[in-house]
Design a binder for this molecule. Sequence first.
Ligand SMILES: NC(=O)c1ccc[n+]([C@@H]2O[C@H](COP(=O)([O-])OP(=O)(O)OC[C@H]3O[C@@H](n4cnc5c(N)ncnc54)[C@H](OP(=O)(O)O)[C@@H]3O)[C@@H](O)[C@H]2O)c1
Length: 278
Amino acid sequence: MSLQNIIVFVSTGKQGQATVQALSDLGKFKILAVSRDPSSEAAQALAKIPRVEVVKGEVGDHEHLFNQPIHGVFFVQMGFDFPAVLKDVGSLLDLSEKKGVKHVVFSGTDQCGKRDVGIGHPFLDCKKDIEDLVTAKSFDWTIIRPVGFLENFYWPPYLDQVTTTWKETSNLVKKVISVIDIGKITAEVFAHPEKWAGKAINIAGDSLTPAQMELVWKETTGKSLDATETPQFPPGMAEAMDFFNKHEFEASSGWTRENFPFVLDLKAWLKQSSFVSA
Ligand SMILES: NC(=O)c1ccc[n+]([C@@H]2O[C@H](COP(=O)([O-])OP(=O)(O)OC[C@H]3O[C@@H](n4cnc5c(N)ncnc54)[C@H](OP(=O)(O)O)[C@@H]3O)[C@@H](O)[C@H]2O)c1
């Protein structure tokens, strides 16, 4: 059986690595794992995965990737020069259409129901513009909209929010997903276009209040979350954090688990994370 080629952009990133692994695990795709620097440690690690070829490039430097038949394309948003981002994405999508790509998957973000009115944050609003470019095309497309990554908890200031900002000033139900599951869901989507083409899906692995998070954290890791100092984030990121502190994600973890039964909740994710297994 000949393998179908799938291009994964930003393959050394969190979602990219997980997607490359999950696509490889299915055994029916050859993955062109795109990196700006194929000699990097992260790119070299990907090259060891079966059916993976690491190739130099990025969205905007993609023409050479289409010198062979391409079945699918996966990409995420990178960069802060938004007109340039949209031009490069437009060029990628035009070429994909011209070259007969069957299925394009864009992973954006859950926009808390504000997609159509706008969020007022240029990086987050750019995702709507990218979605609109993708869905206007004639190939099969799927938009994945993940909530906050569980892997963000490896960054101490992000974790410190649970007992400070999230608990004291926001207290919304927080929704989380592991990048491992974003990769597996993307692979499922490519494997079953008959089910997922033409759909935009908001995905979450768990939904908890900050107090429930604290409890699960203590029960699973044996350690308390005890930060008391509200973390400060750099400009740009601070406004995005503020938006997500004021608005609840739309995704349903129940719906996500019904459709993708493997998704990890906070407890299961912690058990396989270095918070427990290190
Ligand atoms: N964190 C969250 O909770 C969350 C939730 C929903 C959505 N998102 C979205 O996820 C996206 C990021 O995905 P990710 O976290 O999987 O990626 P990531 O881990 O941040 O990706 C890192 C990789 O991106 C590449 N890269 C860095 N800067 C770049 C640039 N200017 N242009 C092109 N490539 C660049 C580098 O790869 P090479 O050097 O190998 O090319 C690097 O290894 C963002 O659009 C974010 O909004 C994040």
